[in-house]
Design a protein around this ligand. Structure first.
Ligand SMILES: *Cc1c(COP(=O)(O)O)cnc(C)c1O
Length: 401
């Protein structure tokens, strides 16, 4: 019950008590069924309780739950070898979440700058409206000062530039340790990076000796229609972080890097008690079995095209809407003029109509179906959205036609 919970009040939670999930649907405690286009914030790459992952987890539950990273890990090696084969990277370090992967990335590039480049100090360049996590390091790299409120002083050594602004890239210089970016900002409002800007950013970084870190915690593992979003931008990063979609709902994060960079993390430099736990590895391996298949990724792109076309058509029928995103990381930007109360009322109405979506900032509806979403589910979602917008204009909400 809202108000009676002993949980910390850190979330403005939606009043739905979800107790079961299956594929793209969830059921609440009252037995009501919802179409879930939140995917637990881009986590449930294969939908709720996917049988392939469940089977692997059950087998792992019988065999081994935990050792410690002080022992060799065939479970981690198997997943890491897959990730290396599928990406630019030579080495993988497992952690438990996105923010932890980014903490590890920050430590790694700082140590590389010091030990390999001999830089004393230096800065990590990140971007306005970025989101890299809630722990102190990742939060210090997050270009949203509202999230810093009350937690200062933030970690020194970060500098923020406007996203998608080529002129600002001149600030990347010989003292830049690394540039850290999302190829589509998720929490920051579902904004894809401009390809020409990314190309200029990578060139400038290389010329200045700065490493490029891509935070693919949300964009990775097929979410944007390729296994990793960087593949669509025609370059290879030096460091990448993953989490959300990698475990299909089992907590897992990963830091990936080229050999020369990874080499500065020797024994004792970093660690995690739970990181790369055999249960998490079983889930990640099962996810990669499915998602790394080119035919699966082709279906993700088809689903993304269908959903995007439908959203574009809706945006053509109702004023004040802007469709944006990459693959199945989609947003519906609402103009303040037509939607003075922002995205939340629309999200609430959709929920009442049996469809769950999220917001990304005050004026964006974030649409994150599972990668396995079917055509009928996409069409059902579009129909619900169209109906809610029609009902809104029929009610004569100012500017809603
Ligand atoms: C969600 C997210 C994070 C933080 O991940 P957690 O698992 O919540 O710590 C970091 N970066 C990006 C791009 C994210 O979307």
């Amino acid at each position: 019950m809202p108000g009676s919970s002993v949980l910390f009040d850190t979330y403005a939670r939606f009043p739905v008590r979800i107790v079961r999930g299956e594929g793209a649907y969830v059921v609440d405690a009252a037995g009501r069924r919802y179409l879930d286009f939140t995917s637990g914030i881009a986590v449930l790459s294969l939908g709720h309780v996917p049988p392939a992952v469940k089977k692997r987890l059950e087998a792992q539950l019988e065999a081994l739950w935990h050792t410690s990273n002080l022992f060799e890990s065939p479970h981690q090696e198997a997943v890491a070898e897959r990730l290396v084969r599928l990406s630019f990277a030579d080495r993988v370090l497992f952690v438990n979440s996105g923010t932890e992967a980014n903490e590890a990335a920050i430590k790694l590039v700082r140590r590389y700058a010091r030990k390999v480049r001999g830089l004393d100090g230096g800065t990590i360049v990140a971007f306005h409206r970025s989101f890299h996590g809630r722990t102190m390091g990742a939060l210090s790299a997050t270009g949203q000062p509202a999230h810093w409120d009350g937690f200062e002083p933030m970690l020194p050594g970060f500098r923020f530039l406007p996203y998608n602004d080529p002129a600002a890239l001149e600030a990347i210089d010989g003292t830049t340790i690394a540039v850290m970016l999302e190829l589509a900002q998720g929490e920051g409002g579902v904004t894809p990076a401009d390809p020409a800007w990314v190309q200029a950013l990578v060139e400038r970084s290389r010329a200045q000796g700065a490493l490029v870190i891509v935070d693919e915690v949300q964009t990775g593992i097929g979410r944007t229609g390729t296994l990793f979003a960087y593949e669509q931008y025609g370059f290879e990063p030096d460091v990448m972080t993953l989490a959300k979609g990698l475990g299909a709902g089992v907590p897992v994060g990963a830091l990936l890097a080229r050999e020369a960079v990874a080499a500065v993390f020797g024994p004792g430099t970093h660690g995690s008690t739970f990181g790369g736990n055999p249960l998490a590895m079983a889930a990640a391996e099962a996810v990669l079995d499915v998602v790394a298949d080119p035919a699966f990724l082709a279906r993700v792109r088809e689903a993304a095209t269908r959903l995007r076309r439908g959203l574009d058509a809706i945006a053509g029928r109702h004023a004040g809407l802007e469709v944006r995103g990459l693959g199945l990381l989609l947003g519906l930007g609402l103009s303040p003029e037509h939607f003075p109360d922002g995205a939340r009322p629309l999200v609430d109405r959709l929920r009442e109509a049996g469809v769950l979506v999220l917001t990304a900032g005050p004026n964006v509806v974030r649409i994150l179906p599972p990668l396995t979403v079917g055509e009928a589910e996409i069409d059902r979602f579009l129909a619900a959205l169209d109906a809610v917008l029609k009902e809104r204009s029929a009610a004569g909400i100012p500017g809603s036609e």
